[in-house]
Design a protein around this ligand. Structure first.
Ligand code: PLP
Length: 354
């Protein structure tokens, strides 16, 4: 990285920070004062801009609205006890954004634009980063095609943006999930590994059906047989079975989560055996009944660790026991949270200090 990147900054006239109740933050409803905006045109990235958060105008023929070249990322920043701004593993998100970009035929974002744009944005809105326990600054980088053209082909122009939201907890209690056996999220050769907008659009209807039946989320299964666990809507799924951590291997149908890989690393460092292998629904449900399956939880940036209380499958609810005080998912949450918030030394080089 060089420090020569020029960023045009147009600060807000008056901050909106007084209008936000930091004691009652709802996930994703409050937006900080500024946003980063970078255009791709004539085959190159233009000068990044930091401008007041606000509406943008576009043509009704803007291609991303029609053909779905739209990708995003999600990560978090925290305030350390010393008041430093800490971002958790942002280079992983940068790399994944570019993997999504390649699959969706979009230009890759240079590291210095991503990192320096992000750093400058967090610096200018640093007052917005909550310091309260359980709160953080959610960061949403995203890119979409902007050509005004009604024809199916890759756009020639794009916009890369980042905005930020001060947030509280995503889920506040253990969640109920239902195994999906009709609809699918991803098939081999498809775009399941990429964080592109269309994957989420396609998930809304099956998730709504599960929600109408009293569940919070669904467990996606493999597209060909509906026999193996894939992941949840916005989280990877993890299981403690016979004291081992089990999770589906990543591939082209599974989102390669930063939280997932962090949990795996922490588990190994704690001496917990890790198995990245296909887990069948049969093994899962039978294991819950027999007690071999001790914990089920989701892992993702928004919720960090989301304990699961219930797995619904073909009309039967399989109930997990209540988590003991020394449950793996509690210990791993505490370890990762302590690293992210700078409460303990970051021995793994995961935190970027701004
Ligand atoms: C973002 C996401 C995850 C979690 O990834 P993190 O990098 O841990 O936030 C898992 N599954 C899906 C489908 C996702 O979109």
């Amino acid at each position: 990285m060089t420090d020569t990147l020029q960023i045009d900054i147009q600060p807000i006239e008056k901050s909106r920070i007084d209008t936000v109740d930091f004691n009652n933050l709802v996930f994703g409803r409050s937006f900080s004062d500024h946003m980063l905006s970078v255009d791709f045109a004539s085959g190159e990235w233009q000068t990044p801009q930091i401008i007041p958060f606000g509406d943008i105008t576009f043509s009704p023929a803007m291609m991303s609205l029609h053909y779905g070249q739209a990708i995003f990322e999600g990560m978090k920043a925290y305030k350390s006890p010393e008041g430093d701004i800490l971002v958790f593993r942002p280079e992983e998100n940068w790399k994944r954004l570019n993997k999504s970009a390649v699959r969706m035929c979009m230009p890759e974002v240079p590291e210095e634009i991503f990192m320096e744009g992000l750093s400058e944005l967090l610096r200018i809105d640093s007052e917005w980063i909550p310091a309260k326990e359980g709160c953080s600054m959610y960061i949403r980088p995203f890119m979409f095609s902007t050509d005004e053209y009604v024809g199916v082909s890759p756009s020639k122009t794009y916009k890369f943006m980042i905005f930020t939201c001060p947030v509280g907890a995503y889920y506040t209690k253990p969640i109920r999930v239902r195994v999906e056996t009709k609809y699918i999220r991803a098939a081999h050769g498809g775009v399941g590994f990429s964080k592109n907008a269309g994957n989420y659009g396609a998930s809304l209807y099956p998730t709504k059906l599960a929600s109408d039946a009293g569940y919070d989320q669904i467990i996606w299964t493999d597209a060909s047989e509906h026999r193996y666990v894939e992941e949840a809507g916005t989280m990877n799924l993890m299981f403690i079975i016979d004291d081992k951590l089990v999770t589906a291997p990543t591939g082209d149908t599974i989102l390669d989560g930063v939280t997932r890989k962090s949990v795996i690393q922490v588990a190994r460092d704690m001496g917990v055996e890790v198995e990245e292998r296909p887990l069948s629904i049969k093994e899962l449900t039978e294991g819950i009944v027999s007690g071999k399956v001790q914990e089920v939880f989701g892992a993702g940036t928004a919720a960090v660790i989301a304990p699961i209380s219930t797995v619904g499958y073909e009309g039967v609810d399989y109930e997990l026991p209540e988590r003991p005080a020394d449950a793996f998912s509690r210990k791993v949450y505490t370890e990762i949270d302590n690293i992210k918030t700078g409460k303990i030394t970051d021995t793994r080089g995961w935190v970027m200090k701004i």
